[in-house]
Design a protein around this ligand. Structure first.
Ligand code: F6P
Length: 345
């Protein structure tokens, strides 16, 4: 057996652990060979490939990022992209290719699979918004990173009696804000799913102040857009599109901070954590998840069960049709939002 592997979309901790696991399992268990494609779909379309042997993946378990490189190239937006991808798979005589990606990359994998390309998906994204899996690789590490940042900001906010608005990633869903907000003891957690207006947030912070808590930490997901207040007031949040026409986030933290300072008359600062959330060494959970998913993905290719995505369901590794990804993005579990709400105020 020969198989390919690529990583597409945003980088995240745990991708290298998945590559390592797939390569080691393919070579040691299946006596297979593995080709790595550079820069996501770009490598498959342009045939930028290299052989991956055991030596090439030594030491990868703990390294963030992806040694294969990544891009947001979409085969359906590249002229001739689908035929070129198919031709590359045939040229290398691959039984299948493993695609590690987020919603966008796996949606393309699903469409390519419909077109007959033998692909298997591994879900990875700090946003954790991929349908069909409880966890995507990288999410746990991002939550850990944000939790540590919230811990550090607590003492700062308390020392200065400030409100600190911490803007975290997550695109149109609030998984990181909700989970890290709970773990890091945020006083208010603002997610797209909660659909709040600024007056709601002010009410929570005022009630804290009434109880003698002059400082507050507010965790806000980058994808939040506020519901207008009952009196119609609503802060403007910058809206931009990236080169692929998808919303590019960033700026909601500043918009909220300005509004809170004006309404509550408390010194307010913003911290935008940005790409720090995608970096660093993967947590033990992400290393384990990536290792399990890498093994499962190789087994699916070996069994000829392409067109599927490996997943984590209730603690077990399983697989679902790649097309399940098209139902995304996956919103935060209401049970987690309920816990987040318990600690407001
Ligand atoms: O999807 C992962 C993610 O980090 C989002 O949380 C964020 O909005 C986006 O990628 C940033 O994308 P880019 O790397 O294109 O700036």
């Amino acid at each position: 057996m020969r198989l390919g592997i690529l990583t597409g979309g945003g980088d995240c901790p745990g991708l290298n652990a998945a590559i390592r696991s797939a390569v080691v399992h393919a070579i040691r268990t299946h006596d297979a060979s593995v080709v790595g494609f550079s820069g996501g779909w770009r490598g498959l379309i342009r045939d930028e490939a290299r052989e991956l042997d055991l030596k090439s993946v030594a030491g990868l378990l703990t390294r963030g990022g992806t040694v294969l490189g990544t891009s947001r190239v979409d085969p359906f937006r590249e002229p001739g992209g689908v035929d070129a991808a198919r031709a590359t798979l045939e040229r290398h005589r691959l039984s299948g290719a493993i695609v590690c990606g987020g919603e966008g990359t796996l949606a393309a994998a699903s469409r390519l699979s419909e077109a007959g390309l033998p692909l298997v998906g591994i879900p990875k994204t700090i946003d954790n918004d991929i349908p069909g899996t409880d966890h995507a690789i990288g999410f746990d590490t991002a939550v850990e990173t944000v939790t540590r940042a919230l811990d550090a900001l607590q003492c700062h906010a308390e020392s200065h009696d400030r409100i600190i608005v911490v803007e975290v990633m997550g695109r149109s869903v609030g998984w990181i804000a909700a989970c890290a907000g709970i773990a890091g003891g945020a006083d208010m957690i603002v997610t797209p799913e909660a659909d709040l207006c600024v007056a709601d947030i002010c009410a929570v912070l005022r009630s804290r102040k009434a109880r003698g808590r002059d400082f507050s930490i507010v965790a806000v997901a980058e994808g939040v857009r506020f519901r207008p207040d009952p009196d119609g007031r609503c802060p403007e949040v910058p809206t931009r599109l990236d080169e692929f026409g998808r919303p590019a986030y960033g700026g909601v933290g500043d918009a909220l901070a300005r509004e809170l300072e004006a309404r509550l008359h408390v010194e307010t600062r913003t911290v935008t954590l940005g790409y720090v959330q995608r970096g660093g060494t993967p947590t033990a959970f992400d290393r384990l998840l990536a290792s399990r998913m890498g093994v499962a993905a190789v087994d699916l290719v070996a069994e000829g069960r392409t067109g599927r995505m490996v997943c984590l369901t209730g603690g077990a590794i399983d697989s679902v049709p790649l097309s399940d990804v098209l139902a995304g993005p996956r919103a935060v579990d209401p049970a987690i939002l309920k816990v987040a709400k318990v600690f407001f105020g």
